[in-house]
Design a protein around this ligand. Structure first.
Ligand SMILES: [Zn+2]
Length: 494
């Protein structure tokens, strides 16, 4: 018997992301005010970023350099001449009544970013096979707005302009992403890249790396781009996934009910897990863009761009390939160990102190990352230096301690920052390899296990493990396992 299922349209999700990365310059985009986070409200301001009449902006060269760095890293075209434009709109946190951004002539055009294939993302497996290429539309420089503060307890709303004028790089992707998981993979790859490049701290909680997602759906197989909805200011990977998944379901619901998707901007509420309409989406012409008359176009000399290219750090992809080739690591190990520049540097420093690559990789990815993750700490603050870790491996290698005891030693090193040999000496953890000492323990164990001894002699070979276990237990794990095996075999031989 065949079951007939009613035809249900299969939908394909289409997503493009606009990421705002706050650039790690010391001063703002067009004035000398500090960009540091967390200062008292309105203490990092001047007539320029307050939007006073008659003042003139001056472009921050470092911000332009950072934009070029990103552009080169994503294979974009760096514009020979790019221009700033005024984006006009009113909001209390924008005293000038316009934001200086870039419109027709952005600093970077085109380029791409590779992400792991969706199949591997879904299985949460190691990245394998050819990556998926996500095309970039552009990356442009602009200034951030201030911040409105509500609910501070006095019933009034306030405006903090410390953030006004902070340099941002807006990185816009083509609508090449096909699921919430791909969007998250793209964001992670982009965040990793800007942190590697040293142009953004990637801190999503403080808003220095945030994204807007443009989401639409279409029948599977269709090539049309349907009306999209913009999800605004999402500031964590988890919320990006939830917000997009919610939006896709919402749009399918609307279409299945015979409705029409309206172009709008929606805000995701992580507490309730739903998004709400914020405003109907403006079109570009609503902003009345026009060239910023107070700034000349940026003409970045080819020699300067070449200089920036030459100074680019090794990027994640290249580092992964080198780790696999030079240190003989698997693709998975190379990916984990290049997860951040600091972690990769730590690993390589351990090798410079003589650690074998595979041992170092296993310990860093296993013991070390487990302890760091447990307290949400970063490698930079780790009390075990690469040199101390290499010294611990040397103790295992020399047979001074067993691999099992090494874990105990490592935990103490991690907690206190003590050196491996000091921990071993203070706690008497040196491995016992002395034949006389071990033979005494073995004799005791055999004397205490007459039943097991009889069964073993009768042919139950598996019981050998019982004797080894007992010896290890009575020596608190300090007995040299290889030596115990050797001595026991001789002692139990008929
Ligand atoms: Zn200022």
């Amino acid at each position: 018997m065949t079951t007939i299922t009613p035809a249900r349209t299969a939908y394909e999700t289409v997503i493009g992301l606009e990421v705002h990365a706050q650039l790690l310059t010391r001063s703002k985009m067009f004035c000398g005010c500090a960009t540091a986070f967390g200062a008292e409200p309105n203490t990092q301001v001047c007539p320029i970023c307050l939007g006073m009449p008659g003042v003139l902006p001056v472009v921050n060269k470092r911000a332009v350099e950072f934009a070029v760095r990103l552009g080169l890293a994503v294979h974009a075209t760096i514009a020979a001449s790019s221009r700033f434009a005024r984006k006009n709109y009113f909001y209390p946190d924008l005293p000038k009544g316009y934001q200086i951004s870039q419109y027709e002539l952005p600093i970077c055009e085109g380029g791409w970013l590779d992400i792991a294939r969706e199949a591997t993302i879904e299985r949460h497996a190691r990245p394998e096979g050819a990556p998926k290429r996500i095309r970039l539309t552009r990356a442009h420089l602009e200034e951030d707005a201030g911040k409105n503060l509500h609910d501070v307890g006095d019933g009034a709303s306030h405006v903090d302009l410390n953030r006004a004028g902070t340099p941002l790089l807006e990185i816009v992707s083509e609508p090449d992403l096909r699921s919430a998981d791909e969007a998250v993979a793209y964001l992670k790859a982009l965040r990793e890249l800007v942190v590697y490049l040293g142009i953004c701290d990637g801190n999503m909680e403080e808003g220095s790396f945030r994204c807007d997602a443009n989401v639409s759906i279409r029948p599977a197989g269709s090539e049309t781009l349907n009306t999209r909805v913009e999800l605004k200011n999402i500031n964590s990977f988890r919320y990006v996934k939830r917000a997009i998944e919610y939006e896709v379901e919402r749009q399918i619901g609307v279409v299945e009910d015979g409705g029409r998707i309206v172009q709008e901007t929606r805000l995701f509420d992580p507490q309730r897990g739903v998004s709400v309409t914020m405003r109907s989406k403006e079109a570009a012409h609503d902003y009345r863009y026009f060239p910023e008359p107070d700034l000349v176009p940026i003409a970045a000399p080819a020699a300067w761009i070449a200089e920036i290219r030459a100074a680019l750090p090794e990027l994640p992809e290249a580092k992964r390939a080198r780790f696999a080739a030079d240190h003989g690591l698997s693709a998975y190990d190379a990916t984990v160990l290049t997860g951040s520049r600091a972690l990769a540097d730590y690993f390589e420093a351990t090798l410079r102190h003589g650690a074998p690559p595979k041992t170092a990789a296993n310990w860093i990815m296993g013991e070390l990352l487990a302890l760091l993750n447990a307290e949400g700490a970063e490698i930079d603050t780790c009390r075990v230096t690469p040199k101390s870790l290499a010294a611990l491996f040397a103790l295992i290698d020399a047979g001074t301690i067993s691999g099992k005891i090494a874990k105990t030693v490592f935990e103490e090193m991690y907690r206190t920052g003590a050196e491996a040999d000091a921990v071993v000496a203070a706690r008497g953890l040196t491995q016992v390899s002395d034949a006389g000492e071990l033979a005494a323990v073995i004799d005791q164990v055999i004397a205490d296990s007459p039943k097991e001894l009889a069964q073993y002699r009768a042919g139950k070979d598996k019981l050998f493990g019982h004797f080894v276990g007992q010896v290890m237990k009575r020596t608190q794990g300090k007995a040299n396992p290889a030596k115990v095996n050797e001595l026991l075999k001789a002692r139990l031989a008929p």
